[in-house]
Design a protein around this ligand. Structure first.
Ligand SMILES: NC(=O)C1=CN([C@@H]2O[C@H](COP(=O)(O)OP(=O)(O)OC[C@H]3O[C@@H](n4cnc5c(N)ncnc54)[C@H](OP(=O)(O)O)[C@@H]3O)[C@@H](O)[C@H]2O)C=CC1
Ligand SMILES: CC(C)(CO)C(=O)C(=O)O
Length: 306
């Protein structure tokens, strides 16, 4: 399969790099500054699973190439509109698009633009960032990518993707219930990023405050209720237990990529995570903790002049 990775950042650089490392036909669609750096130094991964320096092929917008079979979309949600205006030449009638963004709002946008059948479900669980030198740092034992057809059914492209990912140096799983998986990850990350970003603290610091766990639990409950109104297969008790167990077992120094972005003074995806949830919330449902998180994080955005 010919693969185009859009965005050579923390997620795209890592998973695209791992695919390239195993010998897959991978090209990165990047902006000129990143292209210059990648051409000069290569794509550099600094990872607990092994470092790599990879001479990856890159293209910038407008450069013509043969069509791609799979496009892995790994930009931040606030760059999606920009990307979509320039991606069209790389999407052919047989191209599948696998978004790895956190959240849900991007799926209907992509389906509307390219047609439902082109858009796969996807998510990743990884703790990675781009450091000041432009190298990708990956810290935690998990480096998981999950994808699937929304129908959960087998398909030719699922078989092709199983081949593509076989032997890659990260955990890749094909899921028969990707919609549910996407919502579960969304619930987890909107709670975890909400709390670590609101408090500007790592998870361990939150647990060590008198009311941190209580507030975390309230936020998780409100978010799961909203998520359930959108994805009825989601079982409130099961997901609530999972989110809390997973959160309470995270390393005390763990932060979300959103809280790292705040530390770097960068824009954040709060509209995409928390704002979207409030937008789809049934009117009669109360979500005061989520509203507080969204207000505080929107205020951070406003102070950046957005
Ligand atoms: N980092 C993490 O640990 C995790 C992140 N996620 C999610 O993954 C998504 C991506 O996040 P992440 O990888 O951290 O973000 P990064 O900011 O690290 O990477 C995004 C990349 O997109 C590039 N980009 C932006 N606009 C364009 C464009 N028009 N064309 C080409 N490239 C572009 C940026 O390149 P440039 O250098 O030009 O700015 C940047 O390298 C988010 O939704 C995030 O929530 C999910 C799980 C974990
Ligand atoms: C919590 C984590 C690291 C898990 O993938 C994540 O998704 C993020 O920080 O954006």
């Amino acid at each position: 399969m010919r693969v185009l990775v859009v965005g050579a950042g923390a997620v795209g650089g890592y998973f695209g790099g791992r695919l390239f490392e195993k010998g897959a036909d991978v090209t990165f669609l990047v902006r000129p500054k990143r292209q210059e750096q990648l051409n000069r130094e290569g794509l550099i991964l600094k990872s607990v699973h092994g470092d790599a320096t990879l001479a990856v092929p890159t293209i910038t917008y407008g450069q013509s190439t043969k069509p791609f079979d799979l496009i892995i979309l790994s930009v931040k949600a606030y760059h999606l509109t920009d990307v979509l205006t320039s991606l069209d030449p790389y999407v052919s009638s047989n191209t599948a698009i696998l978004p790895l963004l956190n959240g849900f709002a991007h799926f209907p946008i992509l389906q509307e633009r390219y047609g439902k059948e082109k858009i796969l479900g996807g998510l990743c669980v990884i703790e990675s960032t781009v450091n000041a030198k432009g190298h990708i740092e990956q810290y935690s034992p998990f480096h998981d990518l999950v994808y699937g057809e929304w129908s959960g059914q087998a398909s030719k492209r699922m078989d092709q993707m199983a081949d593509l990912f076989s032997g890659v140096a990260c955990n890749v799983t094909q899921s028969p219930q990707i919609g549910l998986d996407v919502w579960k990850k969304y619930v987890f990350i909107s709670t975890m990023s909400g709390m670590t970003s609101l408090t500007r603290s790592s998870i361990g610091t939150i647990w060590n405050t008198p009311t941190g766990e209580q507030t975390y639990r309230k936020l998780a409950q409100e978010i799961i209720q909203i998520a359930q109104s959108q994805e009825p297969q989601l079982d409130f008790d099961e997901v609530y237990q999972q989110v809390m167990k997973r959160s309470l077992h995270l390393h005390e120094s763990m932060k979300s990529s959103m809280s790292r972005d705040i530390e770097k003074g960068q824009p954040i995806e709060t509209d995409h995570f928390h704002g979207y949830l409030l937008g789809v919330k049934p009117e009669q449902m109360e979500a005061p903790t989520l509203e507080t998180v969204y207000t505080a994080l929107s205020a951070y955005q406003a102070t950046r002049g957005e």
